[in-house]
Design a protein around this ligand. Sequence first.
Ligand code: NAD
Length: 508
Amino acid sequence: MANLNVPKIDNRYDNYIGGEWKQSAHGGSCENRNPANHDDLIGVFPESTSEDALAAIQAARAAFDGWRLTPAPKRAEILFRAAQLIVERKEQFARDMTREMGKVLDETRGDVQEAIDMTYFLAGEGRRMYGQTAPSELPDKFAMSLRQPLGVCSIITPWNFPMAIPSWKIIPALVCGNTVVFKPSELTPLSAHNFVRVLEEAGVPRGVVNMVTGGPVIGELLTTHQDVAVVSFTGSTAVGRQVNQNAAPYFKKVHLEMGGKNCIMVMDDANLELALEGCLWGGFGTTGQRCTAASRVIVHDKVHDQFVERFVARAKALRVGDGLDPQTQVGPSISQKQLEKVMSYVRIGQDEGARIACGGNRLTDGSYGRGNFHQPTVFVDVKPHMRIAKEEIFGPVVSVLRCGSLDEAIQIGNDVIYGLSASIYTQDINRAFRAMREMYTGIFYVNAPTIGAEVHLPFGGTKATGNGHREAGTAALDVFSEWKSVYVDFSGKLQRAQIDNNPTALTP
Ligand code: NAD
């Protein structure tokens, strides 16, 4: 049975290894503070060492045989219970999440809901996880393929979807019969803790899920250790590249979901009001801190000026503040470092010759001074070659570019190293389908912003956003299982494939 002992004293939290909540063996601890109010200390979490990560890997390795031999429908029953527990605690989890990473309550409720949806959806695979049967080319021979788990999966996640993204990885890993070592972002350990606690309470056996909190040091061990079979990483492209390089010599299966520089194309026949709504939500939702954020808006010349005037007016009116305040529409940046990155790109954009149409400054007055707040910022006169049009900023900054045609919009849209999400606003079905076919991204929307993925479809990107895998949907099963092809010959004699099925041999 899992150990349900109290995992924390006051606001001091533990790692979860082999079914025990424990402090780091020799590591220190790090504070988790509210990005909307630095005076608000949320908790103190272990700054784990390699020793802790090793113990977690060993616990996951030891639990693997028991878990993989548990029938998949039974594994799924535990996961269904976990989904139900998250439903019951949704509001508290959402509040914890807003406090630790700043996005507004509606959005953190959505994040938790995504974890619920994903858990229900993928637990359903416990009774499906279909393989194939195929006719054999030889008589009295049966052919089939089935999915097998791989072993220990290292799950490394970012801070911007602190419960949804872990669920996208951990739940398919578990339903397929793998065991897990989970390293959440050091910036959002509380949501990770909430999620793991639910798995424990739902009855996931000891050692099947382990969690160690901390930074790159343990991340590196989790990507190189011989007992790790799969590395599933979501984060920046720079770190993803490092993870890929570290894991390559060991031939691990590596699944990477990385950065984005997504665009919304607004055509001259677009429903402009709808496009404005979409660009505001796509650009400034989650304070622009989504991998799918619409940080570029490419607007047709014929409606450009009108669009910009209305977009800027709406961006100026957005209410920035603490995400726990129901009036707030845009929360803080996650950290001082992220805020500084935003401010540095605002300077870069100006130096490159783009013009700030609104925003452009950090907010420091009154209670803003206690958090990482920045004005929603719109750049106009942006040219495709500028860094603000090419690089991921991950903050409340939108660049507006002009185009003279759909072809030009597509050309600009594709001219970045990333390929996660794109969208078009148009009333013309022909344009919509052409753009859908030509945009080299993993996700595409028509008359909707670049954000809004649903859990039952594949999620991921092309180029420097991903390495060919997808998560969510049943595509997630391809990351966390591998195929075994099985042939059963019941002819009672040696039959040689490709040789004994020669048609001439069948001639009486
Ligand atoms: P990050 O790359 O800084 O960190 C991601 C995770 O990697 C963290 O847990 C971090 O501790 C860990 N890490 C850092 N160095 C490591 C190393 N050497 N080895 C192993 N692990 C290491 O990213 P972040 O700031 O947490 O998140 C923001 C980034 O994530 C953005 O670029 C965003 O686009 C991307 N993201 C992508 C998707 C997607 O699905 N494509 C979704 C969400 C976020």
